[in-house]
Design a protein around this ligand. Structure first.
Ligand SMILES: NC(=O)c1ccc[n+]([C@@H]2O[C@H](COP(=O)([O-])OP(=O)(O)OC[C@H]3O[C@@H](n4cnc5c(N)ncnc54)[C@H](OP(=O)(O)O)[C@@H]3O)[C@@H](O)[C@H]2O)c1
Length: 315
């Protein structure tokens, strides 16, 4: 497994990570097997959050690592706080975001307890809280670092300006954002650019668009949206065939080819699917193919010209 640096930290993580939102008590055996398989494949980067299964994901991840005898210092564990779902905290009856110092510190303690760990490698505000000044959020995160409860700070779902604001008070090592061939916003809104400016890793969530980019699943959208996605998939197929990879591997390789590094968070509780995803590491796309895929994903040509897209290679 290829490894890449996580921002400016001393951590080298696998080029692809396991998103642990899929680890669920009703799929306990598969979930734990997926964590074990990840480690066997050389995947060392695991992302979870307090809200995934309202704590279930963190508990399953911690238990799976312990039961597989995987040493704590051989893996990089990321978790998140901020989103408060009904039932998570007696103070809230409505979904809210909370990045106050008091809430962050309590959330971190609770995550560590569920994981059965002493520290997190990466702690990420999940979504911005408009009611807390970034200076307060940063101070709480810095305190957690000083106390040895977290090693580094990342961010999730922030805009470029929000990243700048929080970066003024604490060092951010990564950005988690929705990013795939069916969701290009990070390239189009300056998110990847600010990550380059700040030397932050880009960590795409839903890199397979919740399975749609594997070709086997449609999301419950309006018809036009499903048709658009089906159209993109149809145009990706000849590329996958030409490279001898699956659609999912092609989609992950397209992400990983970008500088940053870009580290896709594959969400699965199926060891076979994870093994397939890991096969995308090392798939190198030609530069012109990468751009052709970008044009297909955008649904319009790049600014170099307005002529309709045509295949330039035999596929
Ligand atoms: N920061 C945020 O706001 C945020 C939001 C969402 C997610 N996340 C993170 O990102 C991770 C990934 O998100 P995601 O789960 O939406 O990502 P995803 O990897 O795009 O989609 C996962 C879905 O794809 C299916 N899948 C994977 N490989 C497949 C294959 N080869 N064939 C058919 N289906 C396949 C999985 O089903 P199987 O289980 O059957 O494989 C699962 O339903 C999460 O686990 C979480 O860590 C973060």
């Amino acid at each position: 497994m290829r490894t890449v640096p996580l921002g400016t930290t001393d951590l080298n993580v696998s080029a692809i990570a396991l998103g642990c939102m899929s680890l669920r008590p009703d799929k306990l055996a598969e979930s734990k097997a997926t964590v074990r398989t990840a480690y066997e494949l050389g995947i060392t980067f695991f992302d979870t959050a307090d809200i995934y299964g309202v704590g279930d994901s963190e508990e399953i991840l911690g238990a799976a690592l312990r039961e597989a005898g995987i040493p704590r210092d051989k893996v990089v564990i990321a978790s998140k706080c901020s989103i408060v779902l009904p039932g998570m905290d007696p103070n809230y009856t409505y979904k809210a975001y909370d990045l106050s110092a008091e809430y962050i510190k309590a959330s971190c303690e609770a995550s560590l307890k569920r994981l059965g760990m002493d520290y997190l490698d990466l702690y990420q505000p999940h979504r911005i809280d408009y009611l807390t000044h970034p200076e307060e959020t940063a101070r709480a995160l810095e305190d957690l670092k000083t106390e040895g409860k977290i090693r580094y700070v990342g961010i999730s779902n922030y805009t470029p300006d929000e990243i700048r604001a929080l970066s003024a008070y604490t060092r951010l090592e990564s950005l988690q954002t929705q990013f795939s061939l069916l969701h290009l916003e990070p390239l189009e809104t300056g998110l990847t650019a600010i990550c380059h400016e700040k030397k932050m890793a880009v960590v795409p969530w839903s890199p397979l668009h919740r399975g749609v980019l594997t070709g086997g699943r449609a999301l419950p959208h309006d018809d036009w949206q499903q048709q658009r996605e089906a159209g993109v998939i149809a145009q990706l197929k000849p590329f996958a065939n030409a490279y001898g990879v699956t659609l999912g591997q092609l989609s992950l390789a397209w992400l990983m080819q970008q500088p940053g590094p870009v580290i896709p968070l594959v969400g699965t509780a199926n060891p076979r699917h994870l093994t397939e995803a890991a096969g995308a590491v090392g798939v190198a796309l030609d530069r012109d193919d990468w751009y052709e895929l970008m044009v297909i994903a955008r649904g319009r040509s790049m600014p170099w010209g307005q002529r309709p897209y045509v295949y330039t290679k035999e596929r």
